[in-house]
Design a protein around this ligand. Structure first.
Ligand code: 1HE
Length: 265
């Protein structure tokens, strides 16, 4: 199998530790990590490969003070794309973000500064979002004379609801802090989003990989199904996951009263 090192990444960097936690960094801080076509191709390549490696959880972070400024507006302006060309660009964004959301490997986004436009589309493809006090969220597409093309109509609407998303796009409303938490843009608000994301990734990596695969793919797939089909698919997935060899020792420990109990603290 191809190794991550062989991907020749230029706009992303990846460091994996011995526990299978990979730190994936957006690495164009001088452009506020704006997503040019090359970066999107790198995301496709990386998140196609990652589920077939020993990586057990990902922290998605950024170099510099902003997580991601969205679509590379300068490239888009320079390329003067046709409708068909930009449609295909968007389809590559979807390819990348679908690989992330449906790939089965937990992705924890460590956010800071601007998480705007396509940057919010990227963040919303992660499974958990951790913000710090500098983090702010917006969809400035309306002001730029653009429309979302990287899945916001699906994922951001899913996080915050249709009415809030429309307001964000029409008026340029910016969310941060507790308000961003309360509308569902992030699940954690902390001083140090990277440290928290790492802690969460380490916790998730303790689960059996097959269980995480189900959590980080089946739930998303099931949201796309009718309730009847989702219930069927859930039963099939649970049939496989809940009888896996990796869970036997954990169930035995519970039965023997040696396993940790679920407590509020
Ligand atoms: C960029 C981009 C970009 C910065 N494309 N080059 N996204 C936006 O509308 C957000 C646009 N960016 C900003 O509002 C600001 O740059 C930030 C608030 C993120 C950061 O501000 P600041 O003062 O730290 O940086 P800056 O001086 O504005 O930018 C520094 C450099 O980054 C500068 O390049 P330089 O070569 O002149 O040094 C900027 O041009 C560059 N830069 N953001 C290209 N976005 C699939 S459809 C998705 C549609 C969207 O995502 S629309 C939302 C686009």
């Amino acid at each position: 199998m191809q190794a991550i090192d062989d991907l020749g990444l230029k706009n992303l960097s990846v460091e994996a530790d011995g526990d299978g936690i990979a730190r994936v960094s957006l690495n164009r801080p001088e452009k506020r990590n704006a997503l040019n076509a090359e970066t999107v191709e790198e995301l496709v390549a990386l998140f196609t490969l990652l589920p077939r490696t020993k990586v057990r959880a990902v922290v998605l972070r950024a170099e510099g003070t902003h997580f991601c400024a969205g679509l590379d507006l300068v490239e888009h302006h320079r390329e003067d794309r046709s409708p068909a060309e930009f449609m295909h660009i968007c389809m590559r964004w979807h390819e990348a973000f679908n690989k992330m959301e449906y790939g089965g490997v937990p992705i924890i986004a460590a956010l800071k500064g601007a998480v705007v436009g396509g940057g919010l589309e990227l963040a919303s493809s992660a499974h958990v979002r951790v913000a710090d006090t500098s983090t702010y969220f917006a969809l400035p597409e309306g002001q730029r004379g653009l429309f979302t093309g990287g899945g916001a109509t699906i994922r951001v609407a899913d996080l915050v609801g249709k009415a809030r998303m429309i307001d964000m796009m029409l008026t340029g409303r910016v969310y941060k802090g507790e308000e961003a938490m309360s509308v569902g843009l992030c699940q954690y608000l902390v001083e140090d989003s990277e440290a928290k994301a790492m802690e969460l990734a380490r916790a998730a990596a303790q689960n059996p990989p097959l269980t995480n695969f189900a959590i980080c793919s089946a739930i998303s797939h099931m949201q796309n199904m009718s309730a009847l089909d989702a219930a069927y698919a859930e039963a099939v997935v649970a049939g496989i996951v809940n009888t896996q060899p990796d869970s036997r020792g954990r169930l035995e420990a519970f039965a023997n009263k040696t396993a940790a109990r679920v407590r509020p603290e």
